[in-house]
Ligand binder design. Structure first.
Ligand SMILES: [Zn+2]
Length: 421
């Protein structure tokens, strides 16, 4: 169906001439016999092409029966398309490189370039783009150029299922150049079908005149038998990634169990927080009842020190609680750095941080607010008051919870204030 242009579209006019005007049959100078008008979308706006068609003037020349189109026309847009190559490449790149959905591409085209295309039209252009891309990807000349300096090649095959229930896409890759050679969707991956793909890889290697030094895949039966049949003398190695993934299963299971144990032991954060908040509001109400209205304007006075100190100290306790809660809820990490291991390391850091505070306060006066340190973290519920020798702020990269060492900075600041008062 021809593209419908709105009546008020403002087209830029591009006139195209035939550059080589000699008749291909007799060599005589051709003349303009007709015009072809085309309208296309480009990224720079709508364009009207005026293509001047040429013809040989000699009625007896075979060149008279055909017309010649301007050479540039095909470089701007393929025949009978409503979009230029630039829009076509833009769509293909958004789809194949950025993995955008058709609806997303459609709205982006409309918003950014005022190009209105139906989803069907975009799907059609994407299919054509994929065909061109595949043709280029498998172009023997380009392939030979890329493999000129390579002596031996390493091949791998694997199947992936983009969505459950869909056919599996089998991909053959060459690993020294990190290049996908070809891919095929197989509805039933029988040993014969898979072996056909492996045989195709063999043809490619032969046409490139390269030795295959290694095959890598998982242990799917069809791969093992297919590779053994087509490449009897080539070693076949089990893929590291699959190996690690299988090995990781029991490790992650044990890690999950350890996490449950730690969560069971480190609990009662809510209680601590409630106790601190209760102390705080009690302190505020005592202050309000004890301070006469006339002295309320005094900013610095002996009466203000301890209550501010207690307030900041309770803030530190609350921050420790936030830190520990963040640690308990953190599920990041993979088989190489399991979440439970990360949790254990982080909790140890908190415990050491609290211990440093406790050690440093020795010799200081007893203060009731730190009686709320969680038993589970310190193993010690004795009252303590942090002293000022305690700031060892390190420049760690941030995680999702505040670092204990930062909290210690806060403790040190309180200690400084209290030593002044
Ligand atoms: Zn002619």
């Amino acid at each position: 169906m021809p593209y419908k242009w709105p009546a008020d579209t403002d087209f830029a006019l591009w006139e195209l001439d035939v550059l080589d005007r000699a008749c291909p049959a007799c060599g005589r100078m051709m003349y303009i016999c007709d015009h072809r008008y085309r309208r296309i979308h480009t990224l720079e706006g709508p364009v009207q092409l005026v293509c001047k068609l040429n013809q040989c003037p000699d009625r007896n020349c075979p060149g008279h029966a055909t017309t010649k189109s301007p050479e540039l026309e095909a470089r701007i847009a393929p025949p009978s398309w409503a979009i230029g190559w630039d829009v076509f490449c833009w769509i293909g790149h958004r789809r194949c490189s950025r993995h955008r959905s058709i609806l997303f591409i459609q709205s982006e085209l409309l918003d950014d370039y005022a190009i209105k295309l139906s989803d069907d039209a975009i799907a059609k252009y994407i299919r054509r783009y994929q065909v061109m891309l595949a043709a280029r990807q498998q172009d023997p000349k380009a392939l030979r150029r890329q493999y000129e300096s390579v002596d031996e090649i390493v091949l791998s095959i694997d199947g992936l299922q983009p969505e459950k229930g869909h056919e599996t896409l089998y991909v053959v890759r060459e690993l020294t150049q990190k290049r996908v050679w070809f891919a095929e969707a197989l509805i039933s991956a029988t040993a014969n079908e898979v072996q056909r793909l492996i045989a195709k890889a063999k043809e490619w290697a032969t046409s490139l005149n390269k030795t295959v030094s290694l095959w890598i895949s998982d242990k799917q039966d069809a791969f093992v038998t297919g590779i053994a049949a087509e490449f009897p003398d080539v070693p076949h190695r089990y893929c590291d990634n699959h190996f690690l993934r299988d090995l990781a299963k029991p490790v992650l299971e044990a890690d999950r169990h350890a996490k449950v144990q730690m969560r069971r032991k480190v609990r009662g954060l809510r209680k601590i927080e409630q106790a601190v908040l209760k102390q705080r509001s009690a302190a505020v109400s005592t202050n309000l009842t004890n301070v006469p209205v006339a002295t309320a304007t005094v900013i610095v006075g002996p009466g203000n020190g301890p209550s501010r100190e207690a307030d900041s100290a309770s803030a530190v306790v609350l921050e420790y609680c936030v830190a520990v809660r963040g640690i308990l809820n953190d599920d990041q990490g993979g088989p190489l750095h399991p979440p439970g291991l990360r949790m254990a390391e982080a909790l140890k850091e908190v415990r050491e941080s609290i211990q440093r505070n406790l050690d440093a306060k020795k010799g200081g006066s007893q203060k009731s607010n730190s009686a709320v340190w969680p038993d589970a973290l310190t193993g010690d519920s004795s009252t303590s008051k942090p002293s000022k020798s305690q700031s060892e702020s390190t420049s760690r990269t941030s995680t999702r919870w505040p670092r204990p060492s930062n909290l210690e900075g806060g403790v040190a600041r309180i200690a400084k204030r209290s030593s002044k008062s």
